[in-house]
Design a protein around this ligand. Structure first.
Ligand SMILES: Nc1ncnc2c1ncn2[C@@H]1O[C@H](COP(=O)(O)OP(=O)(O)O)[C@@H](O)[C@H]1O
Ligand SMILES: [Mg+2]
Length: 282
C-alpha cells in the first residue's frame, strides 16, 4: 500500500521499511518476559514469544489467559511492569502508542463514537493523523471537508484505493455508525492500513462478522501477508486459527504454554488441559 506519511513520521516509516523490506529471517517482533499485574491479579506473567516477518501468527488461550493485555503491552496502550518488546530490532518498551504506530506496529481500534458520525471515507482519510495524535488533527478539522490542497487530493485518492481493497468503497458516503459489525471490522482494517504499517495486531477481528465478510477479511489478510505484511491474530474460533494461522502461540495464565504449527497445537495435551481446566470456549 502506498504512503501518505506526513513530515513527522517519514523518517521512522522509511527506516522500518528499509529494515523489513528484505527479510533476514530475524523475527520482526520479540516479546520477552512481559509482566503485568492489576492489583492482586497477575494478568501477564512472563510471557515471551517471537513473530517472524510475513507470518499470520495466532495467539490463543482460554478466557483470561492474558492475550488482550499482552496486546496492550506490545502496542504501548498499557505499561508493562517488566519485560521487553523489540520491534524490528528496536526496543520499543515503554513507548507511546503513536510512537509505536509510527514505527509500523499497529493494532485496530473500535470506531469511536465521534467517528461513527462521520462517513466511511472521512474515517479512512482521518486515519493517518489519528495515529500521530488526534488533538493535532482536530485543530485543522474545520477546514478539512472543503479543502482542496494537493495533499488532501492525494490522501483522498489513497483513501479510495484502500476502501476498494477492503471492498467497502460502495459504503464511502455512509455514516460509519450505520455499518454492520463486519463492515465495521473492514473499516477498522482500512483505517489501520492508511498508516502504512508493517505489522498488524488483530484482537478477535471476526467477532460478530457474518461468514461472507469473514471470508473477505481473511482473504485480505492473506493477500497482504503475501506482500510481506505480518499479522498477530487473537482469535477464539479454532477453525479459523487452525486454517489461517501458522505458527500458533498458546497462552495460559499469563505465560506462553507452547508454540507450534496448528497441527502440533491441536494435538498437544497441555493445550487441551488448559482449555478444559478453564472456561471451555467453543
Ligand atoms: N484493567 C484491568 N484491571 C483488572 N484486571 C484486568 C484488567 N485487564 C485484564 N484484567 C485481568 O487480567 C487477566 C487477563 O485478561 P485479558 O488480557 O483480557 O485476557 P484474554 O484477552 O486472554 O481473555 C484476567 O484475569 C482479567 O480479568
Ligand atoms: Mg481478550
Amino acid at each position: 500500500m502506498t504512503t501518505t506519511a506526513t513530515e513527522q513520521d517519514t523518517a521512522s516509516a522509511e527506516e522500518s521499511r528499509t529494515a523489513t523490506g528484505e527479510s533476514t529471517g530475524d523475527p520482526i517482533l520479540q516479546v520477552r518476559n512481559l509482566q503485568k499485574r492489576f492489583g492482586g491479579v497477575v494478568a501477564v506473567d512472563g510471557v515471551g514469544f517471537e513473530v517472524e516477518q510475513g507470518t499470520v501468527t495466532g495467539l490463543i488461550g482460554p478466557n483470561g489467559a492474558g492475550k488482550s493485555t499482552t496486546f496492550d503491552l506490545i502496542t504501548g496502550v498499557q505499561n508493562a511492569d517488566g519485560g521487553q518488546v523489540i520491534f524490528d530490532g528496536t526496543d520499543i518498551t515503554g513507548r507511546r502508542p503513536e510512537q509505536i504506530a509510527n514505527r509500523g506496529l499497529v493494532r485496530t481500534f473500535q470506531i469511536a463514537r465521534e467517528l461513527s458520525e462521520m462517513t466511511v471515507l472521512e474515517n479512512v482519510m482521518l486515519a493517518p493523523p489519528n495515529q500521530l495524535g488526534e488533538s493535532l488533527w482536530r485543530s485543522v478539522l474545520p477546514g478539512f471537508r472543503g479543502g482542496v490542497s494537493e495533499q488532501e487530493a492525494e490522501l483522498r485518492e489513497e483513501a479510495w484505493e484502500t476502501l476498494e481493497f477492503f471492498a467497502i468503497d460502495h459504503l464511502a458516503g455512509e455514516y460509519a455508525g450505520n455499518l454492520s459489525g463486519g463492515q465495521r471490522k473492514l473499516l477498522e482494517m482500512a483505517r489501520v492500513f492508511m498508516t502504512d504499517p508493517d505489522m498488524i495486531l488483530l484482537d478477535e477481528p471476526l467477532a460478530g462478522v457474518n461468514p461472507t465478510l469473514e471470508e473477505k477479511l481473511l482473504d485480505r489478510i492473506h493477500e497482504l501477508q503475501s506482500e510481506g505484511y505480518t499479522f498477530l491474530l487473537v482469535e477464539h474460533d479454532m477453525n479459523v486459527v487452525m486454517n489461517h494461522c501458522d505458527p500458533v502461540v498458546v497462552m495460559h495464565q499469563g505465560k506462553r504454554l507452547m508454540q507450534g504449527a496448528p497441527e502440533e497445537v491441536r494435538q498437544d495435551e497441555r493445550v487441551l488441559e488448559a482449555y478444559l481446566g478453564g472456561e471451555v470456549e467453543q
